[in-house]
Design a protein around this ligand. Structure first.
Ligand code: C2E
Ligand code: CA
Ligand code: CA
Length: 415
């Protein structure tokens, strides 16, 4: 039997000969490979084939390599990046710095022409660095805590695989508690979809599979399954009236006129009141079809649901649109909260968003609260609610009950 591949290498280079050379070297070294000279198929493969490594040429005709790296950093990038170019090491080093500061894991730089040995070293870097230091010449890669090969490879996504997962009801829901900043009282949970893998771990992360479902017309059924599970579980807790469940809505659901009535009926079925439910919509999503969005969101509010604008600060909505839509809550994007301690700029953005939300009569939740410092900062600046790993990671439903015990730890009791 053939050995399992060490990983999946995706190459973006406008020169087919270079693509073929890189593929040949990587395949000999034990990797599966794909290559393309165009950005559109590159990003489709990136999302769906889930490479472990990407090799990106900086100078594609008509395309800015830095834009590609930025786009990779903005997606739920998990692949290690190798940047290649014939433009010389200064340009490569600047691109490498930009990529790693943007959040990518840069395995290294590959100036052209390159030797097979150098490419192999850069590929292997992820798997073997645990034994000691970094290989020479690689300045941008933080050593991984777990060697790459020991982790199961993420599964490539396909429409058939996703449909099967829906048929077999493979998706489950985790819950992340949300506390009032002022006194640490539990005010609710956010439901977050998970796709468990048989035998442990997860098939893929929601940052990847939710956009995949949206692209393939599968998000309506996915949302139905997630909402049923989450509402059923929440209803079964017999939650006190002040406790909320937050559910994420996809942009694609905001073009279905039957959606508000369906959600209300789903709540009724599971004994949950609409006023206990907050629907979270991302800022960009809520702006795609302004009239329909306005109608549907208003219907939700009339029925008594709360509405939250998610990931605030990273989208592109205008403030006018924001003020005209009937939101009741704003969620500050976690990137600002996670960087607040070290970034005066993030602090200013957070306090400005809190001020804006309060001026518009909205409540504010900060997500990505990873330490006590962030929670104290948010409390000092009158943020209403907080969510984050410092309080709790998203947890499986079995653990929900613990959070509702009268004797639960400080910040965890419901009043
Ligand atoms: P989101 O709605 O912004 O959810 C917050 C994400 O931040 C979650 O990622 C959560 O696990 C993560 N998070 C919470 N606290 C912290 C923290 O302190 N530090 C860090 N680094 N991360 C934190 P998750 O569960 O991977 O979900 C990713 C995104 O997938 C969600 O972002 C949401 O946009 C989408 N998603 C998840 N479930 C669903 C769903 O059922 N339907 C839809 N339409 N989208 C969903
Ligand atoms: Ca959310
Ligand atoms: Ca968010």
């Amino acid at each position: 039997m053939q050995d399992l591949p060490k990983g999946r290498v995706l190459v973006l280079d406008d020169d087919p000969d270079i693509c073929a050379t890189i593929q040949g070297i990587a395949e000999l070294a034990g990797y599966d490979t794909r290559a393309t000279s165009h950005t559109a198929p590159f990003f489709v493969l990136y999302e769906e084939w889930v490479p472990t490594h990407v090799i990106v040429d900086l100078s594609l005709p008509g395309v800015d390599g830095i834009d590609i790296l930025r786009q990779l950093a903005q997606s739920a990038a998990v692949a290690r990046v190798i940047i290649t170019s014939g433009l010389g090491t200064r340009v490569l080093e600047a691109a490498g710095r930009a990529a790693s500061e943007g959040g990518l894991t840069v395995n290294g730089l590959l100036p052209k022409p390159f030797s097979p040995a150098r490419l192999r070293t850069l590929l292997e870097f992820a798997g073997q660095v645990a034994a000691g230091g970094r290989p020479p010449d690689i300045r941008h890669a933080p050593p991984p805590s777990v060697p790459h090969e020991r982790r199961p490879l993420p599964e490539p996504l396909s429409q058939e695989r996703f449909e099967l997962a829906l048929q077999q009801a493979e998706f489950t829901v985790y819950y992340q508690p949300k506390l009032a900043c002022i006194d640490g009282v539990l005010v609710g949970f956010e439901a977050l979809a998970r796709w468990p893998r048989a035998g442990g771990g997860f098939v893929s992360s929601p940052d990847v599979f939710v956009p995949f479902a949206e692209r393939h017309g599968l998000v309506a059924e996915f949302t139905r399954q997630v909402f049923h599970q989450a509402l059923q579980r929440f209803g079964a807790l017999a939650p006190p009236p002040g406790l909320h469940l937050s559910l994420n809505i996809s942009a694609k659901s905001l073009v279905d006129p039957g959606f508000p009535a369906w959600v209300r009926q789903c709540c009724e079925q599971h004994g949950v009141l609409p006023r206990q439910v907050t629907l979270e919509v991302t800022e960009t999503a809520s702006m795609q079809n302004p009239l329909m969005t306005l109608e549907l969101l208003t219907q939700f509010r009339i029925q008594g649901f709360q509405l939250s604008i998610d990931d605030f600060g990273v989208g592109y909505s205008s403030l006018v649109q924001l003020a005209r839509l009937p939101f009741s809550e704003m969620k500050i994007d976690k990137t600002f909260v996670m960087s607040a301690e070290t970034s005066a700029e993030s602090q200013k953005i957070i306090t400005a968003i809190i001020g804006l939300a309060h001026a518009l009569g909205l409540q504010v939740t900060a997500e990505g609260v990873e330490d006590a410092w962030a929670l104290d900062f948010l409390r000092d600046y009158s943020c209403d609610y907080a969510q984050g790993y410092h309080i709790s990671r998203p947890m499986p439903p079995e653990q929900l009950g613990d959070w509702l015990q009268p004797g639960a730890a400080w910040r965890r009791s419901v009043q």
